[in-house]
Design a protein around this ligand. Structure first.
Ligand SMILES: C[S@@+](CC[C@H](N)C(=O)[O-])C[C@H]1O[C@@H](n2cnc3c(N)ncnc32)[C@H](O)[C@@H]1O
Length: 365
């Protein structure tokens, strides 16, 4: 199914600008610059530019949709299959399309998409029509944050907020306030069995923003479904580390080729996320989340886990029958009983440096 999304996205991108693989790759390259190096200087309405929009459609819709699908299929955050969906900062509806192609997406009947850029949403609607013509789509051109924010009325079984947080403009304090207000308003628009999914890149800055949001959640009104395992405070926030998942992925060939020609070669889906529910639900305390890759020295294998009691180190040697502890990917969770059998005291902060994690950088703040 992702192949037909890919083809529809490429065709739509091609109808926006000159339709040759070389021009689409150049557009992807331009969009990549806007999303990374030029992030600080780009205009807030950068997707109004046809080339940037074509680049986003051809190069980002599918990987972003696959991230959302991966998250849903892994966490199963919905108590019932969603019928009504709200997509905030929808862009070309990447998150909605990811939900539609997930295990939980088969019952979706209505999508309300909100973004400041109507053209991006129209592009995405054309793609969505190819795969789910039965779904009714309403587009709302508005801001999701600030004094002028008017979020559509609920209830929704799913509120999707994907790759939006880093686009919100303002001072550090005002961004934090806007995000808090948007999250509260989103949770209020969820049905009792619904869920708000926040998805961001797996980068240090994006993941730590989400960790901060998580620590400011009011437990009286909102339950944290994932990725947290029940610790009261995020144990990584004080360590200058960041929590994210990464998994290998097969982006459909036509998209992979265009991205590759634009210099984007990553085959990993790396993302950070937060799944919230409007009513407190029992917190699962019997899982431990693997928040690093396996680190090896001559004698030992080490891995960090997050549990209801906070951060811990798992330690074993070659030949120990640790099963999933060695094989699972960063971000996966395992039974706490399995982790507990190999637990040693939490890592000291000074040892936390290095690439293989938990993702850390620089000095402790
Ligand atoms: C990086 S794109 C993400 C699009 C889509 N959710 C995805 O994951 O691919 C960010 C989107 O947020 C929109 N946006 C930025 N600021 C916004 C705001 N204050 N309110 C609503 N949408 C906003 C942009 O127009 C853009 O479409």
């Amino acid at each position: 199914m992702w192949n037909s999304v890919a083809i529809a996205a490429i065709q739509r991108a091609g109808s926006t600008i000159a339709d040759t693989p070389a021009s689409l790759s150049r557009a992807i390259g331009k969009t990549a610059q806007l999303l990374t190096r030029q992030r600080g200087t780009r205009r807030f309405d950068y997707l109004a530019d046809p080339v940037a929009r074509a680049g986003y459609l051809a190069g980002y819709l599918v990987p972003n949709g696959m991230r959302l699908q991966h998250l849903i299929d892994r966490e199963q955050p919905f108590a019932v299959a969603p019928r009504r969906v709200l997509d905030l900062g929808a862009g070309p509806l990447s998150a909605t399309i990811g939900l539609l192609l997930s295990t939980a997406g088969h019952q979706v009947r209505e999508v309300v998409a909100l973004d400041t850029c109507e053209k991006a949403m129209r592009d995405g609607t054309a793609v969505l029509r190819e795969i789910a013509p039965q779904v009714e789509v309403t587009l709302v051109t508005a801001s999701a944050v600030g004094r002028r924010a008017r979020l559509p009325d609920g209830p929704f079984q799913a509120v999707l907020i994907a790759n939006l947080l880093s686009e919100i403009k303002g001072s550090r304090e005002s961004i934090a306030r806007h995000v808090r207000e948007m999250v509260v308003a989103s949770v209020q628009r969820c049905s009792g069995d619904g869920c708000v999914l926040l998805l961001e890149p797996g980068t240090r800055v994006a993941a730590r923003n989400l960790m901060q949001v998580r620590d400011e959640i009011d437990p009286a009104t909102t339950a944290i479904l994932a990725p947290c395992t029940g610790a009261d405070r995020c144990p990584l926030l004080g360590r200058n580390a960041w929590c994210h998942a990464s998994h290998p992925v097969n982006v459909p060939g036509p998209i992979a080729r265009l991205r590759c020609a634009a210099g984007l070669t990553g085959l990993e889906l790396s993302y950070s996320y937060l799944a919230l529910a409007p009513q407190p639900r029992p917190v699962t305390r019997d899982r431990a989340r693997l928040i690093s890759d396996v680190m090896a020295d001559r004698k030992r294998r080490l891995r960090y886990v997050c549990t209801a009691d906070g951060l811990a180190t798992l330690e074993w040697t070659d030949g120990d029958a640790v099963g999933d502890l060695a094989l699972a990917r960063r971000g996966d969770s395992v039974p706490r009983s399995l982790a507990r059998a190999w637990m040693s005291p939490p890592p000291r902060t000074g040892r936390d440096r290095g690439q293989r994690g938990p993702a850390t950088r620089g000095r402790r703040r």
